[in-house]
Every structure is written in structure tokens, then in C-alpha cells.
Write a new protein. Structure first.
Length: 497
């Protein structure tokens, strides 16, 4: 075989997933129903001994944290109860986490992120102390929150193969695969698959060993024909054209292999985590902008990260996203010059273009704290107040009386002719659905909040009954402020002044 060293500059950590994951759709890579998550004990049922023999014993070094207990912040720091997960059913939580979609509601983006990163007692039923941790990691990665997932994995340690597998996969998208290979060489017992070994051998320059390992894996039948073809294409630039058509739902392996052989797959049509790959420095500016905007719209990156991409250069063309970038850059310059007239003139087009792109929350968090220092009038003043409301910055309320009442944490008066406002009023003043109330009364707060997230996602899509149910569930579960903020967000991001 003849290998092209330049392949490695493009490939990333292509082989983090094994043969079992090769044909799985990408969503399954972050929502994998693993053996640990698929068969769990039910905490509400009393255990019954079937034998007097000693059961299996899980051994864990005393100096290593139990992954299920690992978190980054205490629940009280982000307004969540200590028993967020403790009384919920593990299998139910895992299923709900697997079904999560990136929320359109910015307050729900924040709430879900906080729920997944807190250090709270896990639900009963995790035999090995990592099943719930793995489900949280998969959910964070599916939501594009790779930085948080990385921090959790580093705190838990990459000693377990299932955690290392996810860390390795994440490094593919962030361009940090060298660190994963170095760790694998230091601790070879955590290597989850033959493809990982093959990749890291080749990455270190040991091409003969990589080829021998590939042939050995093929002869043993531990990788299938499709994976053999992909690995061969990765190792040998003279292997001929790919025999497989581009997949519509690729694994991470397929994604990077197609990029390595000069046939990159478009990330805008792939699940959200793939957009992170387009933030790498070897990606063109337009693709970086589109990826950053997509991630920012779902709260996966903050406004500073998007602004940094916007500021890389001056747009050299018209149309989108160039007109949007130019409008944002003009607003940024006017704020830095502290010129009220220029700010007022630049604010309106920036609002309009960011609103059309679904990026008002990003605009609000970036500029609202600065705008309150300017004496604006007319349309610019109303936009400034709306951005302050979105960013939760103290300022006079917008002219809209419904939004003003919500900012004062007052439920709008019933009887509105606007069906969305009527649904918000019903949700903020009415009870949660009976089944949800029973779950909350039983102390299963985490499951109830995940249900609220699903309902609000449907509500953003036009299901007003689901919108009311989601807001009522948030209130019943002790997250009334989040319910008001979600209502404000919906009205402001769906309405122009």
C-alpha cells in the first residue's frame, strides 16, 4: 500500500467508532442505546434474590470518581433542586434524553444545559455507575455542547472504554485527535475498537503496523466489508474510487473518510454536532460562518464565538450571509465609537437581518449590555429594549403591554384574540397535565422537566396545547422564571417591532 501523508491533515480522528456503529445513523452515535442504558433496574421495585450465590461485583479504584456522580456545578448554583434526578426511573430518563432535539427556545437551551452538567445524585438503577453519565454525554453532544461534554469526561477520567470512545469521537469534530491517540498509546487497554488502533498507528507514522492490523481485523471477521473499504481508502491513496455511495446519515468515520479522500459531505444537512467540524481553521470562511450561526442559534456556542468568526475579515460580496455580517460589523464599529446616531442607524438593519436568520438571542447577548448606555429614540429605542428583554438586561420594557407584563412576572390577562398569547396565559396560570403532576409529586423532577422541553419544542412548531402544557410543567416543577423567559423569548423572536 502507498499512503499519502497529507491525508492525515484532513482526516482528523476518523476511526473512533467500531464496526457495530458503522451503519448507524449519526443521531444514534450520540443517543446510543447501549447495553448499560437499555437494560436497567426499576428503582421502584423491590429486588428479589434468585440465588444464594454472590452476585457480580463492580470494582472501581477508590481514587477515581464514579461517573454518574460527576458534574461541573452544584444544582443550587443554577436554580435546580438537589434531587433533580434521584427519584426518577433510569430507563425513562435515558429514553427521554435520547429523544431530545436541540431546542429552539433559548431559555430551554440554558435549562437543559444546566440539567445535564450539574453534580446531582443519579437515579437508581445504574449498575456500573456510568449508564446515566453516558446518557448525559450523548445528550450534550447531540445538542452541540461539546465543550461541556469534554469537561465532564475529563473530570470523570477516560479510564472506561465507553467514555473514551465518546471522547475520541468528539476529538474528530474538534480537531484534537492527537491527544486521544496519545492517551490511547499510554493506556492501550481503553482502546474500544480495531479501527481506533489502525488510525492511531497510522497517525503516529507506523503505516506497516496499521496495514497489518487492518488485514488481521478483516481476517478475524471483526470488521465488515464496508468498513474494510473505508479503512483501505483511508490508508491507501491508490486504492481506487470508493465503492460505496455517499451516505445520507453518516457515522463520524464515514464523514471524516469522505473528507480525507477529497469528497467532503455537507454539514448543513447533517445533525448539529457535525457543524462543529466546520469551525476548524482549515475550513473556508463561509462554511465557518454558516456553522457558527447554526450552532449559535441552538445555544451550542456563545455570542462571543460567533462574533469572532464574523470579525475574521470584511465581506467581499453581497447576499447572505455577507449582508448580515456587514450589518453586524457596522453596529459593532458604531458601538465602539460611542456615536448614538451611528448606533441608531446601524441597529435597525442588524436587528432585521439577525431576526431573519433566527439569531436575535445572539445579537441580544452581544450588544444589549452596551445599548442601555445610549440615549436612543423611535424604532432604535424599541429594538434596544427588546434586545434587553431577550438578554435579561435591566432596562425599561418594550411598548408591547403583554411583553411588559411578562417581564414584570405577571400573567397576561385572559381572553386575548391572539392564540399564542392565549396559550401562554393558559400555560402560566393553569395546572400541569395530570400525569405530569403525579410525576412531580413523586419527586421525579428531572423527567418532568425533560417532558416540558419536548412540549415546548412542539409549541415552537405551532402546537399551542403543547406550549401551554410545557409552560405549566415548568411552573409546577419549580422553574416558573424559566417559563416566563420562554414566553418572552417566543413572542420577541417571532415578532418584529
Amino acid at each position: 500500500m502507498r499512503a499519502n501523508p497529507a491525508t492525515f491533515l484532513l482526516a482528523g480522528a476518523a476511526l473512533a467508532w467500531g464496526a457495530a456503529a458503522q451503519e448507524a445513523p449519526v443521531a444514534a452515535l450520540w443517543h446510543a442505546a447501549t447495553a448499560e442504558g437499555a437494560a436497567v433496574d426499576e428503582p421502584d421495585k423491590e429486588p428479589v434474590a434468585r440465588s444464594a450465590m454472590t452476585g457480580p461485583i463492580t470494582v472501581l479504584p477508590l481514587d477515581r470518581p464514579v461517573p454518574d456522580h460527576v458534574g461541573l456545578v452544584e444544582p443550587a448554583e443554577v436554580g435546580l433542586p438537589e434531587g433533580l434526578w434521584q427519584r426518577s426511573d433510569l430507563s425513562d430518563l435515558v429514553q427521554r434524553l435520547q429523544a431530545l432535539e436541540p431546542p429552539k427556545s433559548a431559555p430551554m437551551q440554558t435549562l437543559l444545559h444546566d440539567m445535564l452538567r450539574v453534580s446531582a445524585p443519579p437515579p437508581a438503577g445504574s449498575k456500573d455507575g456510568e449508564a446515566f453519565f453516558l446518557a448525559r454525554l450523548d445528550a450534550l453532544m447531540a445538542l452541540g455542547r461539546l465543550d461541556t461534554a469534554r469537561a465532564l469526561m475529563e473530570r470523570a477520567g477516560m479510564h472506561q472504554p465507553e467514555i473514551f470512545r465518546r471522547w475520541f469521537d468528539m476529538t474528530i469534530l474538534t480537531g484534537d485527535e492527537n491527544a486521544a491517540c496519545d492517551r490511547m498509546r499510554a493506556l492501550p487497554e481503553i482502546t474500544p475498537t480495531y479501527p481506533v488502533r489502525i488510525f492511531c498507528l497510522a497517525r503516529s507514522g507506523d503505516w506497516p503496523a496499521a496495514v497489518v492490523t487492518l488485514e488481521t481485523a478483516r481476517a478475524l471477521g471483526v470488521i465488515d466489508a464496508a468498513e474494510t473499504e473505508l479503512l483501505t481508502r483511508f490508508l491507501d491513496d491508490l486504492a481506487g474510487p470508493a465503492l460505496l455511495p455517499p451516505p445520507s446519515m453518516p457515522s463520524t468515520l464515514e464523514f471524516i473518510i469522505y473528507e480525507a479522500v477529497g469528497e467532503p459531505l455537507r454539514t448543513p444537512v447533517l445533525p448539529l454536532p457535525f457543524a462543529v467540524a466546520d469551525l476548524r481553521k482549515n475550513t473556508g470562511w463561509k462554511a465557518r460562518v454558516e456553522a457558527a450561526e447554526r450552532l449559535a442559534s441552538y445555544g451550542a456556542i456563545d455570542s462571543d464565538r460567533l462574533w469572532k468568526v464574523y470579525s475574521e475579515r470584511a465581506p467581499a460580496a453581497s447576499g447572505q450571509p455577507w449582508d448580515r455580517i456587514a450589518a453586524v460589523q457596522r453596529l459593532k464599529d458604531s458601538l465602539e465609537d460611542e456615536d448614538p446616531e451611528r448606533v441608531a442607524k446601524a441597529l435597525v438593519p442588524a436587528w432585521e437581518r439577525m431576526h431573519a436568520a433566527g439569531l436575535l438571542n445572539t445579537l441580544a447577548h452581544q450588544v444589549a449590555p452596551q445599548l442601555i448606555d445610549f440615549d436612543l429614540s423611535g424604532e432604535a429605542q424599541e429594538i434596544s429594549r427588546r434586545l434587553a428583554a431577550l438578554a435579561d438586561v435591566e432596562a425599561p420594557p418594550p411598548d408591547d403591554p403583554v411583553i411588559a407584563s411578562l417581564l414584570a412576572r405577571e400573567v397576561p390577562q385572559p381572553g386575548s384574540a391572539d392564540p399564542v398569547i392565549a396559550a401562554i396565559t393558559a400555560g402560566l396560570s393553569g395546572p400541569a397535565p395530570e400525569e405530569t403532576r403525579e410525576r412531580i409529586d413523586a419527586g421525579r423532577i428531572g423527567g418532568a422537566l425533560l417532558e416540558a422541553a419536548t412540549n415546548l419544542q412542539d409549541g415552537w412548531g405551532g402546537n399551542l396545547d403543547a406550549l401551554s402544557a410545557g409552560l405549566a410543567t415548568l411552573t409546577a416543577a419549580g422553574q416558573r422564571d424559566a417559563a416566563f423567559r420562554a414566553a418572552i423569548d417566543l413572542l420577541l423572536t417571532d415578532t418584529t417591532p
